[in-house]
Design a protein around this ligand. Sequence first.
Ligand code: GLN
Length: 380
Amino acid sequence: LNPIYAALPTTIFEKMSAIARETGAINLGQGFPDAPGPEDIRRAAADALIERSNQYPPMLGIPELRQAIAAHYGEHHGLALDWRTEVVVTSGATEAIAGAILSLVAPGDEVVLIQPLYDAYLPMVRRAGAVPKLVRLEPPDWTIDPAALDAAISERTRLIILNNPANPTGRMVDRATLEMIAERCVRHDIVALCDEVWEHIVFDGGHVPLIALPGMRDRTVKIGSAGKIFALTGWKVGWMVAGETLARQVAKAHQFLTFTTPPNLQWAAAQGLAKPKAWFEEMRAGFARSRDRLVAGLETAGYAVLPSQATWFVSVDLTASGIALDDVAAADRLAMEGGVVTIPVSAFFEEAPVTNILRLCYCKEDAVLDEAIARLARMR
Ligand code: GLN
């Protein structure tokens, strides 16, 4: 047995969702909406399943989706991408992340990771034989300190993994910090792996992709997700875009991880990406309403909520809420006695965890949020 995997616990998302399934608690843990998702996109997938090919699509993805991704990023971010050579469709963003890590680092290379970190990154970095170097952020602002980043970089640094907007914090990296990171990448010849799956679920101004910054066009792998953009998390349709050299390299890993992704889902994702900008604004406005509803309810119930600028998540500061339990104990109590499942944010730390914050997923029907708020209010 590979010791890296033998030592790994089951992910916190599966663990907490299992508690919700077993106890019937409201699940504000794992990030997924309870709405069925855009009907026209689901209909396009269903139609394509009957009317279009169900054989192996091209390894890099069907042309229609690669074209749609390139056009979408042109329209939304001003990026000029060659769909033939710079876009690779993957089976979810997680596969794109795995493929990038496996193909871009060699044993002994160092990889800079930002804590709190999405839990998939570190095991893949270790399995690739690379050495993780962690930069730890502090609540409530979770800002990246240039000195801490510099301390994590050495001449062996090959890759930095940046999740922006960030899960679990819901924070966006501001432009000055992106420029600071880009300057380090250029100066030290580092490739940036940018997990930007939350790029459309942003509430405080537009998302700025690191790949758009000076010097980053050919040293950034930008990862996106149809599951997140269209609130269809089970689809597992993701992609990576990068300059040709990096894209070709990641495609080498992709060809032996999954090789390809169901063509009908690719087709439907392409239809979705072509939607007008107003559609994305409306989608954002709907999520903003749900976020505001949960935040207002939590605050009325006496919980201290940290500001969330993006993602499907908000955070409760237990200490500031006057709750003396650590996050794991609080999450257990809320789930078992309160009937609401949350995620303890210490699960996103490898070392020196922040232990007083819970992550709550707000993308639920109003009635579900209201019932969760009522239950949480009874636990005060
Ligand atoms: N991205 C999801 C979340 O943060 C989890 C995905 C998963 O469970 N693999 O909740």
